[in-house]
Design a protein around this ligand. Structure first.
Ligand SMILES: N[C@@H](CCC[C@H](N)C(=O)O)C(=O)O
Length: 290
């Protein structure tokens, strides 16, 4: 399908205006990490190509967004499938802020009032968001993955507090996958993120590239991070990143399992529950209505 035109629609008007050839969308954001949401429930293939998604995400020549998210039919007993293209057109396995937006988008499409939870199939497996009374979304993000080969890192064993040479400087890093890969380093604000971020992202040790988080620990339950996202660059927030950061912080003995993580766009509450090894992320998801 070619995108002949795009039109920004409020969720209420979204269902009434589906003229052929138009790609209708709603823009949502989670703490400023913003997405173009597309109703794709009538087909199991995304309505636009990765190249078209990259054009739509362009902040000067397109709509502008960190990614395009598609709500597709569920498979394997799930209610829906979520797929996402990053702003460069690459397809990641999962997106934490995106899945909170996805839940609010589905609630609008299905005209659901109030509290609701869905089973969502993603590239990272089953993810379960639940809309709370206050409108925030709490997400069961599943279990973190530490095995090096599954964190997209070319090492045999898990990478915890290991030295990584980036551009002549040795950084202590911990690698955690939330379905998508994260490389976490402590004690720095990230400095010139646009300079150092791409060097981590494209480092030879990460054949599938990586997201990178620069973390400061304030207390045992209060962290601050900046992120350089694979395929999207510096963003205002990263949900999978915040989850991976709490796992790395616990593994390095720097904090407890329940933390507030401050991101440039605002805070997320992250809990890594001991009894089932699952991570729970709670935060807002809102329509971009400005
Ligand atoms: N912003 C997202 C993560 C999006 C995917 C990421 N850029 C990747 O390529 O893995 C989040 O909130 O988790």
């Amino acid at each position: 399908m070619s995108v002949e035109a795009v039109e920004k629609a409020s969720p209420a008007s979204f269902l009434d205006r589906r003229e052929a050839g138009f790609l209708h969308f709603v823009k949502y954001h989670g703490l400023g990490n913003d997405f173009i949401l597309v109703d794709n429930r009538d087909s199991s293939e995304p309505k636009i190509s990765p190249e078209q998604a990259a054009k739509l995400c362009d902040r000067n020549f397109g709509i502008g967004a960190d990614g395009v998210i598609f709500a597709l039919p569920g498979i394997n007993g799930t209610d829906y499938t979520m797929r996402i293209y990053n702003s460069d057109g690459s397809e990641p396995e999962m997106c934490g802020n995106g899945v909170r937006c996805f839940a609010r988008f589905i609630a609008e499409l299905e005209n659901l009032q109030g509290r609701h939870s869905f089973k969502v199939h993603t590239g990272a497996g089953l993810i379960i968001p639940e809309i709370q009374e206050d409108g925030k979304v709490k997400v069961d993000m599943g279990e973190p993955i530490l095995k090096a080969s599954d964190t997209a890192c070319k090492q045999d064993q898990s990478v915890v507090k290991s030295g990584l040479n980036v551009d002549g400087v040795t950084w202590n890093v911990t690698c955690v996958s939330m379905g998508n890969p994260h490389c976490i380093t402590f004690g720095t604000e990230g400095g010139q993120l646009a300079e150092i971020g791409p060097k981590f992202e494209n480092h030879e040790v990460f054949p599938a590239r990586t997201n990178t988080e620069f973390v400061q620990v304030f207390t045992h339950s209060h962290l601050k991070m900046r992120v350089w996202e694979r395929g999207a660059g510096a963003t205002l927030a990263c949900g999978t990143g915040a989850c991976a950061v709490v796992v790395a912080t616990v593994l390095e003995g720097r904090a407890e399992r329940n933390c507030t993580v401050d991101l440039p766009g605002g805070p997320l509450q992250i809990e890594w529950r001991e009894e089932n090894n699952h991570i729970y992320m709670t935060g807002p998801a809102e329509v971009n209505d400005s």
